[in-house]
Design a protein around this ligand. Sequence first.
Ligand code: AMP
Ligand code: ZN
Length: 652
Amino acid sequence: MEKRMRELTDLLNQYRQEYYTNDAPSVSDSEYDRLYRELVELEEKYPELIADNSPTQQVGDKVLDGFEKYQHQYQLYSLQDAFSKEELLNFDRRVKNEFPNANYIAELKIDGLSISLHYEKGKLVAGATRGDGQIGENITENLKKIKDIPSTLSQPIDITIRGEAYLPRASFQKINQERQESGQVEFANPRNAAAGTLRQLDTGIVAKRNLATFLYQVASPVTWGSQSQVLEKASDLGFSVNPVRIEADSIETIWEFIETMQEKRDSLAYDIDGIVIKVNDLAMQDELGFTIKAPRWAIAYKFPAEEKEAEILSVDWTVGRTGVVTPTANLTPVQLAGTKVSRATLHNVDYINEKDIRLHDVVIVYKAGDIIPAVLRVVDSKRTHQKPMEIPRLCPSCQSELIHFEDEVALRCINPLCPNLRQRSLEHFASRNAMNIAGMGPSIVEKLFKAKLITDVSDIYRLTLEDLLTLEGIKEKSAQKLINAINNSKANTAEKLLFGLGIRHVGAKVSKQLLEVFGNLHQLIEADEESIAQIDGIGLVVAKSLHSYFERQGAKILLEELTEVGLNLNYLGKIAAKDAALFGTTVVLTGKLEKMTRNEAKEKLEALGAKVTGSVSKKTDLVVAGSDAGSKLTKAESLGIRVEDEDWLLNQ
Ligand code: AMP
Ligand code: ZN
């Protein structure tokens, strides 16, 4: 038992870390909940075995470096969970025991990120994440970019108000589409996208992403009598308040509301993961009080997971641009989170082996945050005599032998001439963060590739208007536009080209760093591994990968061809001049800046060649401190680190 409890604790902590801190969960919420409940049950039976680091003993997420900490004046709480009507009835009994005529209010449980806003004399002065409930992150500048958060209230009062910041589904889909086109990892779900956005150090990104809020709780003392009045007043003050809610005194009525909302859930413009039931009267709330973790006057009913059973009919293996071969299961069709699903990812070979997934198994399918459906696990009781899955040894596209690198979970086709891989590489080359050729999305690439008009990226630059017009469904006007876009891309700064080549380990950021240092592609190609590996944040893996790429005859020819058709190979951005004032130094910003925003200060420091980090350590070379600087400044002083002020930075 002890072993299982330890196992569960470790597993859940890992998932929490992935979920809260990295915004990239690897299991579904329901799988998490299932393990969590198993642990809770065991802990109830064996309380003496509860570990200090058990997830049941913790509230909320972690505070990241990079933002100032924010001490909440009023603690933020978690909510008790319920997964059945039974548990709601128990809650009701406990409440009615003290207040036989208690009345409830039921609200939607918005699946976003808790935020806390603080206003003084009606002006927004600070905003923060929940953090661990006592200390959050100060994200005021980011919150100011959310359009529905008022900067000035309709009355000049002091108030601390709480709620949820979320990303509407439509915005989520748009962001993910853009990320997909530019080859970035997609967000798993709107919640993770919202969390990732609010933790952006660049407020400009927040402004673009269309976050929205629903506020639902006033933390500072109020004179209003009930939660429903709080919501009305909040709305009058100018806050966005969710209009969907009911008041009722029986769990029966609330249960009907739950059932209705569960059905309507998919048609809402935002994600909800349950219904929160609160005692409406604030005086009763006060009397009922709190446990260590959560209020006694509220409970969150969580909707059951969107999971279905389906049979694996067959498995497709497809090759991506990096040569990775990915398995996708074809399933008996099931209805899942509002859509019909007949395909689900099996991730990779290691996943299949680890979960022992076999052809014709009945499996649990879920939607990993509303995007790609995935296979979660096998329903063991429904296994008959399936044999272990056959893992392909040959590439489904070119039939060359597949490689399973030891340090990888993926199977790879390493044949540079593999048709599937080529097509994907061409897509990547044209995508936004690479050469950004507008109008050359995956479907056009596919047509051009199938028509053998392009096989290599240099072919793109030999395309003529006539070539394009031979394709089905292309009109003269869009063909001309595409030709123009192709021509314009020749002048791109060279890191776009480097990234577009799709060299392993050479992403958009690394490409830029490399060209900042080397100035143009030729010099980069001629550089030896050591001088590449020495660049801050690059390392030997990248250096080796570049080297083996450019060593190949094919790569040399390609580069010659690209030069011939007139592509720019020079870096056109700002050069991180080795003689810039702060070249190669690590700088920490702290305290309040008066004349510039944090972001401006950061950009300025970076332009001076510095790397800006969040916390002071022995590696820090310089601290730029504004007014009211706190612990970071003290630490810098104790470590004898150079400290400068805002005016100094302005004069650089
Ligand atoms: P959990 O994170 O599962 O413990 O659930 C508690 C969280 O639900 C709170 O911290 C809030 O961020 C969130 N929540 C979403 N909607 C509401 C709501 N209407 N009332 C209270 N909490 C809500
Ligand atoms: Zn292949």
